[in-house]
Unconditional design. Structure first.
Length: 155
């Protein structure tokens, strides 16, 4: 299990939060678009009044980045970036450097993860029901050469 609860917080009654924070390279576009708290001095408005906020779908985005790193060995938004702002631009504009060894069925799933509109992004429940996870739960282990007893269909 891999977990990082450094930025964990309870969401408001509408299931949204407005804090602009996260690990660069893993941050979903909707998080990057949040209005900074320091803009409050210039606009006189709280961040909540300037932004739509974000919800759990940003975690799906971060999960997708992690999967790309596990399969391909690099972050698909920072691979060819010269600086942090390049990475943020890649995220905001959907520029992805896909790992060459990425199975096509997994890439199709991750395209649904890396949808810039959070409401259109695949959910965790949908991911668990996806072809990739239903047909071959041990796929990644086989890809790295683990010998497994066959317990289901092999693709």
């Amino acid at each position: 299990m891999l977990a990082d609860f450094g930025f964990a917080k309870k969401l408001d009654s509408h299931g949204r939060t407005f804090t602009k924070c996260g690990t660069p390279g893993y941050t979903a576009p909707e998080v990057l678009k949040q209005t900074d708290e320091e803009n409050k001095e210039h606009t006189g408005k709280k961040a909540e009044e300037n932004s739509t906020g974000y919800s759990y779908s940003c975690d799906v985005w971060s999960w997708g980045v992690l999967v790309c790193e596990l399969v391909g060995g690099y972050n698909p938004f920072t691979k060819d970036s010269k600086c942090l702002m390049d990475s943020f631009s890649n995220i905001l504009n959907g520029r992805i450097v896909w790992p060459k060894n990425m199975p096509s069925v997994l890439q199709q799933l991750l395209k649904k993860v890396f949808t810039s509109e959070p409401k259109e992004r695949i959910t965790l429940a949908e991911i668990k029901k996806s072809f990739y996870f239903q047909v071959s739960p041990n796929y990644l282990l086989r890809r790295i050469g683990c010998k497994l007893e066959q317990t289901g269909p092999v693709i």
